[in-house]
Structure formats: C-alpha cells, structure tokens
Write a protein that binds this ligand. Structure first.
Ligand code: PMP
Ligand code: GLN
Length: 387
C-alpha cells in the first residue's frame, strides 16, 4: 500500500539493524544513540516543567524561552545574530526540520545538491517534496569534496544545496576552502543552502565547526538546522531547530505548522535551560570526552585488522574491512552480528548512486560508554580472526 514515491526506501536501516542487534543480543554500535543518559539537571528541568503545568501545545515556532536561548547560543558561540521571534523555528528533532525545510521550500522538479554518502532521510524527504537529489560523492578515506563534481551537480533546475557537516557517516568536517567553494557556488547560481549541523559540537583534534551561514554573503541564503539530541545525549527528546533569514524560516514554518505544529512543550523548556548553561568549557569537555571514545574505538578497530578513516567530527567512524573478508558490507554486518555479537551499519545504504563505494566499509558509532566500546573491541579482535 505504500505510496510509489516512498516504496523504494523500504525500512530505515537504523530500525532494521537495531531490531536484528536486539535479536542477537549484539552490542549496538550501529544506530547512533548514546548508551548513557543526558545531564540529570536537564532531565530534572523537564520533570519540573511538567509539574509546573507546561503540558499544553507550545507556540508553533517554539517556546519563547527556547527560541531566545537558541538565538543567544548562536550569538555566543558563532557571533551570528538571529531575531528569536522571526528567525528561529523549533522542530521535532532535526529530522522534522529537514523534512519541513524541503517540503516548505522546494517545488516538484527542483534539484538539490546532496553529499553522498548521505543521511538516509534526505532522499526520502526529497522524494516526498517531489524534488530530485544530485549527488556529489565523497570517497574513502579522505572524503575530499571535488570542486568539479560540485559544479557539475548544479544544473539549470538546481535550487538548493543540502549540506551535512560534520558529516554522517564519514566523520568529515568541511574545511574553510570547501565551505568557501560551496558559498561561491550558492551566490553565483542563486542557490539556497540548507545545512544539517546536528554534530556541530562534536569535532576533534582542535578542529571547530564553522556554520556555512557565517561565511560572507551566506547569512541571507542559509537555513541552519541543528538539534539537542547529540549535544545533550538526549536523542529521544527530538527537539531541533532552524535559524535563518525570515523567508527561509517562513518556508520551513509553512510545512512545520501542518506536520507537527510544535515540539513537546516541557522538553523545549528543559532544552532552553540546558542551552543557557552550555558554555565554552562545557563544549570543550564534550569534545574531549568524545575524542577519547573515538580513539579507543579507532585503535581497537585497527588492532582487529580494519583500515580506519579517523573521523574529524560526529560520533561515527567508517572502517574498511577488505583486508579481512571479500564479502560485501551487508553480509559481513550480518555475520559480525551473529558470530561476534557486534552490530554495525552497512554503509552502502548511504550511497544511493554509488553503493559500491560503501560495500567494503562498516560504520561504527562511538557514542557509547568506554566499557561498551572495550567489550565490543574484545569481541571483534577475540580469538579466531574474522575472515
Ligand atoms: N541529521 C543527521 C546527519 C543525523 O545523523 C541525525 C541523527 N539522528 C539527524 C539529522 C536527526 O537528528 P534528530 O534526532 O534531532 O532528529
Ligand atoms: N542519526 C542516527 C544514526 O545515523 C540514527 C537516527 C535514526 O535512528 N533515525 O545512526
């Protein structure tokens, strides 16, 4: 019964692999969610908001306290100035933000430049909007953005660039030169940019994420999306937001008001409280903690015989297993789960146009307790090498 435009996308790989991992009792390094809780004070703030009666619909574009906290956060951390009541919209996670942006800003037949590999919801939401992706492929292990491929993707129907940096699943953080290239193309071709920055605070080795909106000429043509899930380790709360110039925020809002109307009120109140308390030191600590997890997992994967592209950001790593097996990623993932009790994502699903680019890779998530990561590494490198 599924509509034709959605039938090709089947079941999300995250649901499918997590269900299999549970069946096998495997350690889930597949779906990106922490196996530790978010800050107790933030959870307490949500409970307090519920007890205080903040239990009815919120303002559709976001609870005033939260849109103010979001605007203050962008000002404090990036020097970007947004009017909280006109240039901020709160969504049910970045997932709804992406859907609302594409449905609210694109018309059928529009083309959108997308990096491949790509987060799985992009292609499905583009299909729902009747728009077409034009992929620019990033290749293991350095995932460099090819300027010629980027330019070639901007055909006459091109309306927008849908960008994700830090990038899931590669862990790539677009550098200044790559951002400048994208900014130049957007201005030359009058494209809008929709940027998914949910991993904005998870960057390593001293790198910092730079929002595309902060580049000269980009503030007026960029809709910046993010969410609280990764930064606060509260992925199940699904509180996201978009910031940008009024015409772009209004486009998103035109869809958001009819998709969900508003995100959960007490959770918005608690995220406002959390953002107000997130200073530079807290974000440095977050990055440092994740860098330790990254290195633990990457070192362990290398010891187990995989070739790792150590990520610059996000909480994912892509690793090449072709030195261990000639299988493809799907069958190797199935065997790892059954024989080793460790679940990973087969990345070919993130390459809609060039699935072969992902067939010798695995994606592992390191948003897990150190004990979980160590146990997974023991299982992967234990006796009887995988072959
Ligand atoms: N974009 C990317 C690239 C992601 O990895 C995720 C992970 N969940 C999301 C968007 C969705 O974010 P949210 O949970 O806030 O909907
Ligand atoms: N973003 C998470 C990942 O890439 C999962 C999100 C989801 O389950 N939809 O693993």
């Amino acid at each position: 019964m599924t509509a034709q435009r959605l039938a090709p996308f089947g079941t999300s790989v995250f649901s499918a692999i997590t269900a299999l991992a549970e069946r096998h009792g495997a350690i889930n390094l597949a779906q990106g969610f922490p196996d530790f809780d978010g800050p107790a004070a933030v959870i307490e703030a949500a409970a307090a908001a519920m007890r205080a009666g903040q239990n009815q619909y919120a303002r559709s574009m976001g609870l005033p306290a939260l849109v103010r906290a979001i605007a203050a956060f962008y000002e404090r951390h990036y020097g970007l100035d947004f009017d909280p009541l006109a240039e901020v919209a709160v969504t049910c996670g970045a997932t709804e933000g992406i859907a609302a942006a594409l449905l609210g800003l694109l018309d059928p037949g529009d083309e959108v430049i997308v990096l491949e590999p790509t987060y799985d919801s992009y292609a499905a939401c583009l299909a729902m909007a009747g728009a077409r992706p034009r992929y620019v492929t990033l290749r293991f292990p350095d995932f460099a953005l090819d300027p010629a491929a980027l330019r070639a993707a901007a055909g006459p129907r091109c309306r927008a660039v849908l960008l994700n940096s830090p990038h899931n699943p590669t862990g790539k953080v677009l550098d200044d030169a790559e951002l400048a290239l994208i900014a130049e193309l957007c201005q030359e071709r009058d494209l809008i940019a929709i940027t998914d920055e949910v991993y904005e605070h998870l960057t390593y080795d001293g790198r910092r994420h730079r929002p595309l909106a902060s580049l000269p000429g980009m503030r007026q043509r960029t809709l910046t999306l993010s969410s609280a899930g990764k930064t606060l380790a509260l992925t199940g709360w699904k509180v996201g937001w978009a910031v940008g110039p009024p015409p772009l925020v209004q486009g998103l809002q035109a869809a958001h008001q009819f998709l969900t109307f508003c995100a959960a009120t007490p959770l918005q109140a608690a995220v406002a409280f959390a953002l107000d308390g997130l200073d530079g030191a807290a974000l440095d600590q977050l990055r440092a903690d994740y860098q330790v997890r990254r290195d633990c997992l990457c070192d362990g994967l290398e010891r187990a015989g995989l070739r790792v592209a150590r990520p610059q950001g996000t909480y994912f790593v892509l690793a090449d297993f072709s030195g261990l097996s000639h299988e493809d990623d799907q069958s190797y993932v199935a065997r790892l789960m059954a024989e080793r009790g460790v679940a990973a994502i087969p990345p070919s699903v993130f390459y809609p146009e060039h699935p072969d680019e992902g067939r010798r890779l695995l994606r592992f998530a390191f948003c897990k307790r150190m004990a979980t990561l160590e146990q997974a590494i023991d299982r992967l490198s234990g006796s009887g090498a995988m072959s």
